[in-house]
Design a protein around this ligand. Structure first.
Ligand SMILES: *[C@@H]1O[C@H](CO)[C@@H](O)[C@H](O)[C@H]1NC(C)=O
Ligand SMILES: *[C@@H]1O[C@H](CO)[C@@H](O)[C@H](O)[C@H]1NC(C)=O
Ligand SMILES: *[C@@H]1O[C@H](CO)[C@@H](O)[C@H](O)[C@H]1NC(C)=O
Ligand SMILES: *[C@@H]1O[C@H](CO)[C@@H](O)[C@H](O)[C@H]1NC(C)=O
Ligand SMILES: *[C@@H]1O[C@H](CO)[C@@H](O)[C@H](O)[C@H]1NC(C)=O
Length: 475
């Protein structure tokens, strides 16, 4: 990869970068008057770059066809977007602000890969990933954009991935800021810039999807996190539990979800207080300001921090950031061999097949239990007793929203003692109840090996019940 950098400075700042990546040209242009940057500027219409503007600019800008992948460059005055906006609004935007590490570690490509690994094609059709390159080192951003294009051009072309950069001119002053918390000057600069980075990212996102979730650029995603998020949000609606922010991770700003319609207000809030507090404190303050007094958290959590190096360099020690979320579950399961039998009449796939096909990231196999009665069961008998950490059974269908298990329990038969062979699993345990058609239980570590699982129907159903997934996670 060859990178040519041409800069020219006059009263108007103009930076032109030409990147040559194995046989194609990627032209990135930043230009804008280098007058005083300030908050007023952030309020200017031209900076409120929403999907409509992006789509418009896309139509009026050239596009380059890169070995089959099509690149779309959008250049309003202060921003640069590589994206192919979709015409519809999607379910979820995943925002990834990405900053250069002083140590040279680059994690963002792995984070994108982790999203791809953890999603099905159906998920990807409903999700947009916005990678926001926050570094002021334009040459670095350009190289990173090129690397993203090179590796994920196909996903830019499908509208899944957007790469966004914002010119430094847009930022309010980052020097001479208040030193609250007695923070070092460098830390104040770093955290204030991070607040503005996030605000600018939110201003990009309002009309892209219904919901917005932010992760960091050094994060691993739980397998199947998109349907997990959707299930959790549906549960909040069913239970009329009010929320403005939902946490899908216990850490800082990772896995925080908002409605896209709140992003503008939140961005304005952040810009008002950007020099006062770190961004995760402001997140908490915002939650209180909108009268959400308790944290709404999904467990197990869906995003794990995996990076080792922070983008803030103070001392060698300070540079490390190895925080882990202890409630994270990677969502990867391999159903152990078992015989699966339903006591009720079923159609569709055989229950055995639905169980056997349910590897992580598998396709939508399902079976339909016809009007299950009180006491009917679906039994999973393992070839040999096995220790488990979690079991998930999902019923229901978006096509037939009423066809879920309205009342049911998950039971297990457990060995009474660990070290005796040939003892039958006489201990009965109720692991959990179905809530909104789903049971998702963590099995306590003290539970001995399990011989069989049983879904027991607890009332007569007048509807059919669609069983979509039986996922067994070994300890
Ligand atoms: C891009 O290039 C490929 C291969 O040259 C071609 O098949 C495809 O039609 C082009 N796409 C567009 C949108 O021009
Ligand atoms: C994605 O999946 C591939 C294949 O299973 C694996 O080799 C790779 O490590 C995964 N990458 C990430 C970042 O999870
Ligand atoms: C988002 O879209 C809605 C409906 O299309 C529109 O009324 C609203 O002004 C848009 N909001 C922004 C911030 O662009
Ligand atoms: C899902 O279905 C596709 C097409 O039918 C198939 O190629 C793929 O192997 C299936 N994946 C799994 C995990 O069964
Ligand atoms: C358990 O049963 C198997 C087969 O019935 C037998 O071979 C084995 O000796 C038994 N083990 C113990 C500890 O009783």
């Amino acid at each position: 990869m060859r990178v040519a950098l041409i800069t020219s400075r006059s009263t108007r700042l103009a930076v032109v970068l030409i990147v040559v990546v194995t046989g194609f040209n990627l032209l990135l242009v930043f230009s804008g008057p280098s007058t005083d940057a300030g908050i007023e500027r952030l309020e200017q219409q031209e900076l409120e770059f929403h999907l409509k503007d992006v789509a418009h600019a896309y139509r009026s800008s050239g596009l380059t066809n890169v070995s089959g992948a099509v690149l779309y460059h959008v250049q309003p005055r202060y921003i640069n977007v590589i994206a192919k906006p979709r015409s519809r609004n999607d379910f979820l935007t995943i925002g990834i602000p990405s900053a250069k590490r002083p140590t040279g570690d680059v994690y963002v490509l792995d984070t994108i890969q982790s999203i791809l690994n953890a999603t099905s094609q159906t998920d990807r059709d409903r999700v947009v990933v916005v990678v926001f390159l926050t570094d002021f080192d334009v040459a670095y951003n350009t190289r990173l954009s090129a690397a993203i294009v090179e590796r994920y051009g196909r996903h830019i072309d499908s509208g899944l991935i957007h790469v966004v950069q914002v010119a430094r001119d847009v930022y309010p002053p980052l020097d001479g800021l208040k030193r609250n918390f007695n923070d070092a000057k460098e830390r104040v600069y770093w955290r204030a810039k991070q607040v503005v980075d996030f605000a600018l990212m939110f201003l990009y996102a309002p009309n892209v999807s219904r919901y917005y979730i932010q992760i960091e650029d050094d994060v691993k995603c739980a397998n199947g996190f998109v349907p997990s998020i959707e299930r959790f949000l549906n549960g909040l609606v069913t239970h009329r539990r009010p929320w403005t922010i939902v946490d899908f991770s216990t850490l800082g700003f990772i896995g925080k979800l908002l409605r896209s319609s709140d992003l503008r207000t939140f961005a304005q809030f952040l810009l008002l207080f950007y020099q006062e507090q770190p961004v995760d404190y402001l997140l908490r303050a915002f939650r209180v300001a909108v009268a959400q007094h308790e944290v709404v958290m999904c467990r197990p959590t869906l995003f794990q921090h995996v990076g080792l190096k922070s983008s803030l360099r103070l001392t060698a020690k300070d540079n490390d950031n190895t925080l882990k979320d202890k409630y994270f579950d990677d969502g990867v399961f391999h159903n152990p061999r078992a015989v699966v039998v339903a006591s009720m009449k079923t159609r569709g796939n055989r229950p055995q097949r639905v169980y056997d096909m349910a590897t992580s990231g598998a396709n939508g196999t399902f079976f339909v239990a016809e009007n299950p009665h009180y006491g009917s069961t679906v039994d999973v008998t393992f070839s040999e007793p096995v220790r488990l950490r979690r079991v998930v059974v999902v019923t229901g269908s978006s096509y037939f929203p009423k066809q879920f298990l309205h009342s049911g329990v998950l039971e297990a038969h457990v060995k009474p003692s660990d070290n005796t062979e040939n003892v039958s699993c006489v201990i009965y345990m109720r692991l959990g109840n179905f809530i909104d058609g789903v049971v998702d239980v963590s099995v306590p570590t003290f539970v001995l090996p399990i011989c069989s699982l049983h879904v027991r129907v607890m009332q007569d159903h007048e509807t059919d019940v669609v069983f979509r997934q039986i996922a067994v996670f070994k300890a």
